[in-house]
Design a protein around this ligand. Structure first.
Ligand SMILES: NC(=O)c1ccc[n+]([C@@H]2O[C@H](COP(=O)([O-])OP(=O)(O)OC[C@H]3O[C@@H](n4cnc5c(N)ncnc54)[C@H](O)[C@@H]3O)[C@@H](O)[C@H]2O)c1
Length: 299
């Protein structure tokens, strides 16, 4: 359980976090931080993940129900929210911390996506937010003036080669937040995404060259990469009454990365690399260089 000081920001609130798998998960840290701040927190994951992961231990630690459901399946969501209401009551916040791409896992190139998997990526990682909200509203399971957050990544705005179809999923996720925003606002409910730094989790490390993305992002973030625990603290603020007029936003939680161009050490490193053919070839720069920089002109 988190040792950090509690400000009691979520005292008297109840919520559900979809997606904690193990201690590395961002959803895990959010559930613990919300609990630390005084909330009662139910947790949810797909049954197979609960068997291999640790979400059951988390629910035991929190002393709250574990709701097993596949967030892409409306029947399971219906059963899940019925169970939640019966065992736990209605909630003040919902956290969507779910994502998965089979194309990334199986290292399919973006130019050669398996379209069934692509649809699955969009369903699990984005449309599931729509499904969760819709079913929660139908069950009257979320209270007025509540807060909903989902986890995003800057690949929704910019190209990150290895993030593949997850970039498309994040763009859709952020769009769903904007589309649902005014509708939820009628009941004072707000909805936002947190665009988080690369974080060493099970989903994160499934991405090709993730360690290098992590390092690159850390070098380009004036405050350094944000950890899952730091993300959880920011999430608490968005779940609390201190952010009651913040809605439909994509909020960068990335140590300043999204506003950086480049850094001098990085420019020097690039310059050095471009001067040494072998290094350039090894790094694969030629594949990405614009036509006029190809071959001899790289020097
Ligand atoms: N790790 C990063 O670098 C990073 C950065 C920015 C945003 N995010 C986002 O944070 C969120 C949480 O990911 P994480 O990095 O903590 O990884 P994680 O693997 O710990 O969490 C992803 C969770 O999604 C669950 N899930 C997958 N399919 C599901 C389904 N059909 N129904 C219900 N649950 C399902 C998994 O079981 C897992 O618990 C994701 O949206 C991810 O894209 C991650």
């Amino acid at each position: 359980m988190s040792e950090q000081k509690s400000y009691g920001l979520l005292k008297g609130k109840k919520g559900i976090v979809f997606g904690p798998f193990d201690e590395s998960s961002i959803g895990w840290s959010i559930a613990l931080a919300a609990h630390r701040e005084g909330a009662e927190v139910a947790v949810s994951n797909i049954a197979v993940a609960a068997r291999v992961g640790k979400v059951k231990q988390l629910s035991e630690l929190l002393g709250t129900p574990l709701i097993l459901c596949d967030v892409t399946n409306i029947d399971e969501l219906n059963a899940g929210f019925a169970e939640l209401k019966e065992k736990f009551g209605t909630v003040d916040f919902i956290v969507h911390s779910v994502g998965m791409s089979q194309n990334i896992r199986k290292e399919k190139a973006y130019e050669d996506l398996n379209y069934e998997w692509f649809m699955k990526t969009l369903d699990v990682s984005a449309i599931s937010l729509h499904k969760i909200i819709t079913v929660a509203m139908q069950h009257n399971a979320i209270n007025d003036f509540g807060s909903i957050i989902a986890l995003s990544y800057i690949a929704a705005q910019k190209n990150y080669w290895t993030y593949s179809d997850m970039g498309d999923a994040k763009a859709l996720l952020e769009s769903i937040v904007r589309s649902y925003g005014p509708r939820l606002a009628k009941r004072g409910i707000r909805i936002n995404t947190i665009s988080q730094s690369p974080t060493m989790t099970r989903a994160g490390s499934g991405i090709d060259d993730f360690d290098k993305m992590f390092e690159y992002s850390n070098l380009h973030s004036p405050l350094g990469n944000a950890s899952a625990e730091e993300c959880a603290d920011f999430a608490v603020m968005l779940l609390s009454d201190l952010s009651r007029k913040v809605t439909m936003q994509n909020l960068y939680h990335d140590g300043g990365y999204s506003m950086m161009g480049t850094t001098l050490p990085f420019l020097r490193l690039m310059h050095h690399a471009l001067q040494h053919d072998e290094l350039v070839k090894q790094a694969g720069f030629e594949e990405f260089a614009p036509p006029q920089l190809k071959s001899e002109q790289v020097r």
